[in-house]
Design a protein around this ligand. Structure first.
Ligand code: AOF
Ligand code: ZN
Length: 332
């Protein structure tokens, strides 16, 4: 039975991913309904409207007796933007609920208890580590009251992000840059410093699809910005954080419902965030090319002896085009 649940949960996780960048301050959630023979009955994911369980239940006219719903997050027990999922599950006559992560959100928790009280069998913790990873940005907000900050770096083999004369376009291959565009689309916000805004004049708008909201553009720092910069156009929302306080940055982002921030900072802002403990992960695109001199992606962190070094843990790595992509977690 547990293999069956694992397979259905893997399916539910892949569905959940389709909601990335579309759920605002809500988690990404996938749900799969299977009958007593393990055959797929319905599926759904949260895309900002109905919760995943309700999407799956509503997608079919009837659910066979003895069915199981496999969902990546404990079904909610509260009335928020929508009614409690536990009620929808009970009303649908579902016999068993299998979920991965217990809901730590105090207003929505208690779903498992209510389901059990209604005579429904509940199994929890299936593929929990993977499901926690998928929802790590939302969990960061609920459990730490802080968005997840992912620093993207495009550098040479020797860690340079620009040559000595300032030229930097392009260090990584087109395939890597297309992948970065996808990562931007799936983020709630994209962060740069005023230095990068002035030097590169980026638009920070990953797509022109009117049906899908672009990420919030965030520019941090105290430098004056001319009003003809691309970030001031009306293609996406802009948040200016005229401060050097990451606490203020974090609170302003939470107020905007941001869970996951794609940090496209240069070395000044990136180093300051890293030093202050505000970088959670690094996505490094490393081109097999050498400059020798130029701008380093990171500057002095105040580390003078090896035992004080900042260690990272590799989460994933692969070749993309002619570059090496490494996804790392800061700390062990
Ligand atoms: C979701 N999607 O598929 C599930 C969620 O503001 P509300 O009413 O949409 O409620 C959000 C809370 O509901 C959320 O923080 C989480 O605790 C719970 N479950 N949320 O957005 C879903 N299943
Ligand atoms: Zn719900």
């Amino acid at each position: 039975m547990s293999d069956l649940y694992d397979d259905a949960m893997r399916h539910a996780l892949s569905l959940a991913l389709r909601g990335e960048g579309r759920t605002g301050s809500n988690p990404i959630v996938g749900a799969v309904i299977i009958d007593s023979d393990g055959q797929l009955v319905a599926e759904g994911f949260h895309a900002g409207g109905d919760h995943a369980e309700v999407v799956a239940i509503k997608s079919v006219s009837s659910i066979p007796a003895g069915s199981t719903i496999v969902v990546t997050l404990e079904p909610c027990n509260h009335t928020g933007k929508t009614g409690p999922c536990v009620d929808a599950i009970i009303a649908a006559g579902i016999s068993r609920v299998v979920y991965a992560v217990t809901d730590p959100n105090p207003i929505a928790s208690g779903g498992a208890e209510r389901l059990r009280a209604a005579g429904i069998e509940v199994v929890s913790g299936i593929l929990e580590p993977a499901a926690r990873f998928f929802n790590r940005a939302w969990l960061s907000v609920v459990e730490r009251n802080r968005p997840l900050f992912i620093w993207k770096i495009a550098a040479t083999l020797d860690g340079k992000t620009a040559a000595a004369d300032g030229t930097s376009q392009w260090i990584t291959s087109e395939t890597s840059r297309e992948f970065v565009s996808l990562l931007r689309r799936n983020s709630d916000a994209i962060l740069i410093g005023t230095g990068t805004a002035l030097a590169d004049n980026p638009s920070l708008v990953p797509h022109d699809d009117e049906d899908i909201k672009n990420p919030l553009r965030v520019v941090m720092g105290n430098r004056e910005l001319p009003s003809d910069l691309q970030i001031f156009d009306d293609r996406a929302e802009l948040l200016l954080v005229q401060s050097h306080s990451f606490e203020i940055l974090s609170q302003s982002l939470l107020e905007k419902g941001v869970k996951q921030v794609f940090v496209e900072a240069g070395s000044e802002l990136g180093t300051a965030m890293l030093q202050a403990g505000y970088i959670d992960e690094i996505m490094l695109f490393q081109a097999p090319t050498i400059l020798g001199s130029g701008r380093n992606f990171v500057s002095d962190l105040g580390i003078s002896t090896l035992t004080d070094r900042m260690d990272l843990k590799i989460l994933a790595h692969r070749q993309i085009g002619n570059d090496l992509f490494t996804h790392m977690k800061v700390g062990k």
